[in-house]
Design a protein around this ligand. Structure first.
Ligand SMILES: [Zn+2]
Ligand SMILES: [Zn+2]
Ligand SMILES: [Zn+2]
Ligand SMILES: [Zn+2]
Ligand SMILES: [Zn+2]
Length: 959
């Protein structure tokens, strides 16, 4: 550390002893006259110059900061340097003119510099503005400027404002401090000039990138939204869509299925952070962008709001444009809450509609909000962005889509002037609710507006706006105090940066999404097939038909929805009791039959153990509070256990004679009379379970499944209808009972499985035994606590959001599933599992389409720039003799235009190449639909052919 400090201090000195100090360039000895030794802070050398050499070597970098001996800061102005524009460095103009007041300030990255600046006034010389710009100095005014900023500082600030959201004020503070941090020297305040420069700079760059410099109509010929950076992956007719896409989406086919692959996805949202205080106005601060990029054109927008913002009432006094009340959850309350605090604000937020699969801002898709999230503002930005080149189907998403969308068509009929929805038979619109917002909606919405259950949406989540806001919220601070025009321009510039950043990552991001989709699709399709295989064939066919009918509007019954039957508590208890009865009955069969097999004997032993457990548990539960009737029943159960034990004990003498010794020992200790049925000792040695078979285990799995269904049913019911303490207490008790029952079933299952494990390992170690005794393992798998999960469709609350990644635990996919009583739960599960598999299949196909679009888009974009290059190339050809100066000047200008167009084209061509490589590498996997191996062989069967035909075309025919 000390060493570093020393080295840093060493740099403060000249670096050589005084007597050796020489000018780096002319070698004149400087040691004796130390006042003429100079050094530069900004050159990459700590060499020492004499005054003349210092000046000479800085002809091309006159904004460096020179230092005087003992290395105080000085300026080139102090050294007598004058900057000469319009001539090569070092050449002095014979007709030079001093800048206004001979006092010019240049803002650069290292400081605010006072300079002496001369323009050239030779015959036919360019204007001072041109001279400044050609020196990469951006003046604050066009007439008699006295301030300019270097291109370098503007580029740096612009990038800082995008990434670190640095405000111009903060930035100028930094520059000022860098100029002098002692407060001893006066640093010129150039904040307002800098503000002015940066706004023009932003607009100039926008026009340049948008190709307006290559259009004869120039800036004034800009079309709405033209300067927005477009999403390469979204479908744009005439740009990146395959030939014949119109045929694929023929008018006669009004169903979504035929169009889904060519649909546009738009996410709608309002942001309440991007506010603007009521300072300045559109007259004083009109801004440069008039709907050229992402913000809508202000005048038309304001007129629209003025006209339709006031409530239009119908005959009954109801608002035509916005319903007073929500018919879903109370979204209005939330929305109006976020609109509060509107006092002193000119804009309370920003309405936005962006591309929701690639998180990019769309052209003319943002507009201010004045009073909360009113439909009229939202409608305007949506309709305006839909005016830009769109395909024939649009899937929108909006967190209050269930409220906003149903009236959209009606409202757009009221709005005057043409709009893309009005009277259009060619445009299919649908609106869903973003995935993470959906759980807050009522059950009906959760089915109707679900991305998971809607065909043709892949794995889109509709949450793009939220992701976009996370970035632009940081912008809120710096734009809050701006005038309306400055704010619009700043927001546009920032969104442009956001979009461009997305464009540069789009290939990588689509490729990584594809890789994931390929894996997930395999998982989900297999899960679906396994589940379907475990279900009775008839059910599958019936349910598949139900989903398809519903989707195509042939049936109103929604197969994803519970049947609506609410099981009462008594019914549930009855069902539990019945199953208990079955268990007991089963345990009692063939109790004393002479031909009882060893396996039945062992199983009966286990059954008795189980009955003991149940008896004890029930007794503890009853405690001293149970009714007489309940206590009597418990006693009876105890007696039953004892009777079964006594009968079984006789069999035990046959099968396990050695056990007599144990019992004898107990008798000797005086413990022969066991009072409590729960204390009866069975002495079941696991080694004796030699011949146990699989069926008891299977049966247990079935009971587990049915108990899980009951549990899930209870939970859903509690969440939806559970009000009041009395109800809660009772249902909690029942839920606890069900949980105990589950854990008992698991214990029993573990014992049986353990026994079979011992048995089979014994068998396998016997020499000469047949292989394949392991088959049971695929049926009776290890039951982990986390396997005890209900069907994925019965998950509630936050678990629901990760729907696309849910998988069934194995107990639901071993054969024999579907014989449970709760058909509705299984049907919902089947439909949802099926939907999940479909969504991933669609996602794969969509990603393939998107990769293809990105490839086409960059090709198209490259071609645009190549055309521009060609156009200006022809204008660039220089004649042998110039007829006039202007001609020469325009040839030079066109050379610049050609160079820029070539550079832009080259960037796109490279992107096109990258996109093509990725697309080609991924296409085979993305378009080959996943069908698991065993499915293929089964498909040959007639029954499956019928099912295939029934199932969506998406799964099987799109490839
Ligand atoms: Zn020198
Ligand atoms: Zn230098
Ligand atoms: Zn000159
Ligand atoms: Zn997009
Ligand atoms: Zn809703």
């Amino acid at each position: 550390m000390d060493e570093i400090v020393d080295e840093v201090l060493r740099l403060e000195g000249p670096g050589v002893p005084l007597n050796e100090m020489k000018c780096f360039q002319c070698s004149s000895n400087l040691g004796m006259a130390e006042s003429v030794a100079y050094r530069c802070r900004d050159c990459d050398t700590s060499a020492i110059w004499c005054r003349q050499c210092m000046v000479n070597s800085h002809r091309v970098c006159y904004l460096h900061r020179p230092e005087e001996p003992y290395f105080r800061r000085t300026t080139f102005k102090d050294l007598g340097v004058r900057i000469q524009l319009g001539h090569p460095p070092g050449e002095e103009c014979w007709h030079k003119v001093k800048s206004i007041g001979d006092d010019f300030v240049i803002i650069d990255i290292d400081g605010v510099h006072n300079v002496s600046l001369d323009y050239c006034d030779c015959a036919g010389s360019p204007t001072p503005l041109q001279q400044l710009l050609r020196a990469r100095l951006f003046p604050a005014t066009t007439l008699d400027p006295n301030t300019a900023a270097t291109f370098k500082v503007l580029e740096t600030f612009q990038m800082l404002s995008f990434t670190a959201k640095t405000s111009a004020y903060e930035f100028m503070q930094v520059i000022s401090r860098r100029t002098d941090n002692t407060g001893m020297r006066h640093v010129r305040d150039r904040y307002h000039e800098f503000l002015r420069i940066i706004r023009v700079w932003r607009h100039v760059r926008l026009l340049k990138r948008g190709g307006r410099g290559h259009a004869d109509a120039g800036a004034s010929g800009t079309q709405p939204g033209e300067l927005a950076v477009l999403c390469p992956a979204c479908p744009q007719p005439g740009v990146n869509m395959p030939d014949g896409w119109e045929q694929e989406t023929r008018l006669s086919q009004v169903d979504f299925e035929s169009r889904w692959l060519h649909a546009l996805f738009i996410g709608i949202d309002a942001n309440f952070r991007l506010r603007r205080k009521d300072v300045s106005d559109d007259v004083r601060d009109p801004g440069f962008n008039k709907g050229f990029a992402y913000m809508v054109e202000e005048v038309a927008f304001k007129n629209f709001i003025r006209k339709y913002g006031r409530p239009l009432l119908d005959a009954n006094g109801k608002s035509v444009l916005q319903p007073d009340k929500s018919n879903c959850s109370n979204h209005d309350a939330i929305k109006s809450a976020s609109a509060r605090g509107g006092r002193g604000l000119a804009a309370t937020g920003l309405a936005n509609a962006q591309c929701s699969r690639h998180d990019m801002r769309r052209p003319t898709s943002c507009g201010d909000l004045q009073l909360g999230e009113r439909y009229v503002n939202m409608d305007y930005v949506v309709l305006d962005t839909l005016r830009r080149n769109i395909p024939r189907m649009v899937t929108m998403s909006y967190d209050i889509g269930c409220q906003w969308f149903p009236g959209l068509g009606e409202r757009s009929d009221i709005y005057e002037g043409p709009n893309p929805i009005k009277g259009s038979v060619d445009l299919l619109l649908q609106c869903l609710v973003p995935k993470f917002h959906l759980p807050a909606h009522i059950m009906k919405c959760q089915v109707q507006y679900s991305f998971n259950l809607t065909p043709g949406v892949g794995r889109t989540d509709g949450e793009a706006p939220e992701r976009g806001w996370a970035d632009s919220n940081d912008l809120a601070y710096s734009t809050r105090e701006m005038g309306p025009g400055s704010r619009r321009d700043t927001v546009d510039d920032s969104f442009g940066h956001w979009n461009w950043a997305k464009v540069t990552e789009i290939i990588i991001s689509l490729a990584s999404r594809s890789t994931e989709a390929i894996i997930r699709r395999k998982e989900q399709v297999e899960a679906f097939e396994h589940f379907a295989d475990a279900l009775p064939r008839a059910n599958i066919v019936a349910w598949t038909k139900q989903v398809q009918d519903f989707k195509q509007g042939r049936a109103t019954k929604n197969p994803y929805e519970p049947d609506g039957e609410v099981k009462s508590e008594t019914e549930i208890r009855l069902q539990l009791a019945k199953e208990d009865g079955d268990l007991i009955k089963y345990g009692n069969t063939d109790m004393v039959h002479p031909s009882v097999s060893p396996s039945v004997f062992i199983y009966q032993g286990l059954e008795i153990e189980d009955a003991q457990r149940r008896f004890e548990w029930e007794r503890t539960r009853l405690g001293s509070h149970g009714s007489t009737l309940e206590k009597a029943k418990n006693l009876e159960r105890g007696n039953n256990v004892r009777r079964r034990f006594e009968a079984w004990e006789k069999l035990q003498l046959l099968y396990m004679p050695t056990v007599i010794a144990h019992r004898q020992a107990q008798e000797d200790e005086g413990k022969a009379v066991v009072e409590d049925a729960g204390d009866l000792k069975l002495w079941l040695p696991s080694a004796a379970l030699k011949t146990l078979k699989v069926p008891p285990g299977r049966r247990l799995i079935r009971y587990i499944r049915s108990t899980l269904l009951i549990q899930a049913h209870m939970r859903v019911q509690k969440e939806q209808y559970g009000h009041g303490t009395k109800y809660m207490t009772r249902s909690n008790q029942l839920l606890a009972d069900v949980a105990t029952r589950l854990s008992n079933l698991k214990k029993k299952y573990d014992i049986i499985r353990g026994c079979i494990e011992v048995l089979s390992s014994n068998l396998e170690s016997t020499p000469g035994s047949k292989k394949g005794t392991d088959e049971w393992r695929s049926v009776l798998r290890v039951l982990e606590p986390e396997d005890l999960k209900g069907l994925t469709s019965s998950l509630t609350g936050k678990h629901k959001t990760g729907d696309g990644f849910l998988k069934l635990t194995w107990i639901w996919t071993v054969s024999g599933s579907g014989q449970e009583s709760d058909d509705a739960a299984l049907r919902i599960e089947f439909c949802r599992t099926r939907a999940r598999a479909h969504r991933w299949q669609e996602e794969s196909l969509m990603l393939n389409e998107e990769l293809a679009r990105v490839y086409c888009f960059f090709g198209w974009d490259a071609m645009r720039w190549e055309d521009r290059a060609r156009e200006y190339m022809s204008r660039m050809v220089a004649p042998l003799i110039y007829t006039d100066r202007n001609h020469r000047s325009s040839v030079i200008l066109n050379m610049g235009k050609v160079a820029y167009a070539h550079r832009q084209a080259a960037i796109r061509r490279q992107m096109e190449k990258d996109a093509y490589a990725k697309w080609q590498a991924l296409m085979p996997k993305l378009t080959k639909l996943h069908v698991s191996k065993d499915k293929k062989t089964k498909d040959s069967k007639a029954g499956d052919a019928e099912l295939r035909e029934l199932d969506a075309k998406v799964l099987y025919e799109c490839a």
